[in-house]
Ligand binder design. Structure first.
Ligand SMILES: [Zn+2]
Ligand SMILES: [Zn+2]
Length: 175
């Protein structure tokens, strides 16, 4: 039978103070707050902070887009949040938003911050929905990704390894 190892006691004041501080219980950065804790709005901002947006209500879907435009603009794929366009408000930096118009068959323009280059998504499409790049979100959108879209455009070197549903083309959630 082995002897129990004695716990080492901290031997200096600094160490005691460090050990007395509360343990880190969440891996989330402090600025990433759950939607429910705030005013019910899902807030987002670009890397430099010039562009700010707010989403009210519950988004319709969150999905991974593998189209060629997302691949080039966002790196491999982008995570897109979709919902009714009336729920989206640009609260800052409207004049910092630059747009790249799509060539057919693409329908979504790419909006990005002209200062820092952050992808913002399409923002407001003509179809009555917003498409926001989830990478700009500072709050939790309250929903999880439902699947992968435009997988037909995905490069072979990128392998999807989760069990989420896959759509070869676009998927717009029903209202
Ligand atoms: Zn920016
Ligand atoms: Zn895309």
């Amino acid at each position: 039978m082995s002897t129990k190892l004695k716990k080492q006691q901290p031997s200096c004041h600094l160490l005691s103070a460090a050990m007395a501080s509360p343990p880190i219980v969440s891996s989330r950065p402090a600025s990433y707050s759950a939607q429910q804790k705030g005013d019910g709005m899902i807030k987002g901002s670009c890397l430099c902070g010039a562009v700010k947006l707010e989403i009210s209500g519950t988004p319709s879907s969150l999905s991974y887009c593998h189209c060629a435009r997302c691949r080039k603009a966002a790196g491999v794929f982008s995570t897109v949040l979709i919902g009714p366009v009336a729920d989206l408000t640009i609260t800052g930096g409207q004049d910092h938003i630059a747009r790249n118009e799509p060539d057919a068959p693409f329908v979504h323009r790419r909006a990005f911050c002209e200062t820092c280059g952050s992808s913002l998504g399409d923002l407001a499409t003509d179809g009555g929905i917003y498409v926001v790049a989830a990478s700009v979100l500072d709050d939790d959108p309250g929903i999880k990704p439902m699947g992968h879209i435009h997988t037909a455009s995905k490069p072979d070197w990128y392998e999807i390894t989760d069990g989420l549903q896959q759509f070869e083309g676009d998927y717009i959630p029903p209202d």
